[in-house]
Design a binder for this molecule. Structure first.
Ligand code: ZN
Length: 118
């Protein structure tokens, strides 16, 4: 993955995430996307949403996987973000998260997957 690819991914994923947050009525938006050219992080996860010290949100995504898997991770992180800053700081995968994640996947997974760079 070249630097230009990484830049293209960053802009695209940032727009996708904030557009979905907007449509879903979220109030917290992402300021920064970090594209990781690997299949997983060292802790074997594929994505993270982080609340930074300045109150903004950064999302990190491992993108060297099938587009549908990357799309799934993006929606997983959006579900965490839509649950608010307190949740982002102390996330869980309980019923509130599962309901929202299932809703987001049904509504957006095909679109997000198709929009990703190849
Ligand atoms: Zn999670």
């Amino acid at each position: 993955m070249t630097g230009a690819d990484q830049l293209r991914w960053r802009g695209l994923v940032l727009d996708l995430i904030n557009e979905i947050i907007h449509i879903e009525g979220g109030s917290v938006f992402v300021g920064e996307v970090r594209i990781v050219p690997a299949a997983t992080f060292v802790d074997h996860t594929h994505g993270t949403a982080m609340l930074l010290d300045d109150g903004t949100i950064a999302v990190r995504i491992a993108v060297e996987r099938a587009p549908a898997a990357v799309g799934d991770t993006i929606l997983h992180e959006i579900a965490h973000i839509l649950l608010g800053t307190e949740h982002i700081d102390n996330p869980d995968h309980g019923p509130r998260f599962q309901d929202l994640y299932t809703h987001l996947k049904a509504k957006y997974l095909d679109t997000v997957t198709d929009d990703l760079p190849r």
